[in-house]
Design a protein around this ligand. Structure first.
Ligand SMILES: Cc1ncc(C[n+]2csc(CCOP(=O)(O)OP(=O)(O)O)c2C)c(N)n1
Ligand SMILES: [Mg+2]
Length: 316
């Protein structure tokens, strides 16, 4: 395999986003902790972006010519890991070690432990400044690498984001594309009530960015927006797409409620409801079992990482 994109059809992207949602719900269910809400918000547009636009080589995660892909709101780690795994960086079985002792799949992504994670994240407001530093570095090297960075709307309350937004326009960093999970929900309520960030389009424009905005769940619209956004790169301005989304999208019983920002569907009954609503005809136990033996997956992963054999140290 070499550097490139997965080039999925619209139907394949829709099906992949459904798989990714299931991965996120099952990971957090097994860990009985983690953040399902943001991952399900961003699942459609990040599946499209990561599979069809970001150039990577899963067999060579540090390839010098790769695009960078940064999920700055690191609490969406379950989504980051599902995307990496389904793109081929490590076996899906390893997702079942999410947040367990000895796993590389920590609660917040660690660039030293997980192939394909370009920066460690979790402290909000750091991803965009780092992404911009990488973008400046790429220009200095004369490289045509691009930097893609996902931001939460609550995260955009951090002042450090706006310093980076100002700097990126000042330096005409046109090799950076930011995408925003504009779900109007954050950890403790509605984003516009906790600390209003609107009008986000006007703010980015005033800072000198090229702005696109639309529905982050309609796959055809997502592709149209990403096509336009990527065509706009390389023209002297940083680019952002504001994706309007719904927290926990895909599982209507749980949609649009901030309590699912950081609460797993730990109970079997809750996961059963969600799996059914996602269109899976399986029990939670069957869903978990479908990922295979966790310890086999852990061993395969250690081989990929070149680490010593794993100490078996499961939570139960
Ligand atoms: C610097 C910093 N402050 C606070 C937190 C705690 N925190 C984690 S997620 C979150 C809310 C983020 O909201 P948003 O970006 O909209 O994510 P969503 O709830 O939509 O997933 C907060 C306050 C943090 N991780 N980092
Ligand atoms: Mg949000």
């Amino acid at each position: 395999m070499s550097i490139g994109t997965a080039n999925l059809s619209v139907d394949e992207l829709k099906e992949m986003a459904r798989t990714i949602r299931r991965d996120c719900l099952v990971q957090t269910h097994v860990a009985k902790s983690g953040h399902p809400g943001g991952p399900l918000s961003a699942a459609d547009y990040l599946t499209s972006l990561y599979f069809n636009y970001v150039k990577v080589d899963p067999k060579n995660p540090k390839d010098d010519s790769r695009d960078y892909f940064i999920i700055s709101n690191g609490h969406c780690s379950a989504l980051n890991y599902a995307l990496l795994s389904r793109r081929g960086f490590f076996p899906p079985g390893y997702l079942m070690t999410f947040r367990s002792t000895g796993s590389g799949l920590e609660g917040h992504p660690n660039r030293h432990k997980t192939p394909g994670v370009d920066i460690s994240a979790g402290s909000l407001g750091h991803g965009l400044p780092i992404a911009h530093g990488i973008a400046l570095g790429a220009k200095l090297k004369g490289s045509d690498q691009r930097v893609f960075v996902n931001l939460g709307d609550g995260e955009l309350q951090e002042g450090s984001c706006w310093e980076a937004i100002m700097a990126a326009a000042h330096y005409r960093s046109d090799n950076i594309l930011a995408v925003v999970d504009y779900n109007d929900v954050q950890i403790d309520g509605r984003t516009h009530e906790v600390m209003n960030i609107r009008p986000l389009d006007g703010k980015f424009k005033a800072f000198g960015w090229k702005v696109f905005e639309g529905n982050g769940h309609d796959m055809n619209e997502v592709i149209r927006l990403l096509d336009h956004a990527i065509d706009s790169m390389g023209k002297g301005q940083p680019v952002v797409v504001l994706f309007h989304t719904v927290m926990m999208k895909g599982v209507p019983s749980f949609e649009n409620d901030h309590i699912w920002h950081g609460k797993a569907l730990a109970d079997d009954k809750l996961l059963q409801t969600a799996l059914t609503e996602l269109g899976y005809n399986e029990t939670p136990k069957e869903a978990v079992a479908s990922y295979g033996d966790v310890n086999v997956a852990r061993g395969e992963y250690h081989k990929i990482m070149g680490w010593p054999p794993p100490q078996v140290c499961d939570r139960d």
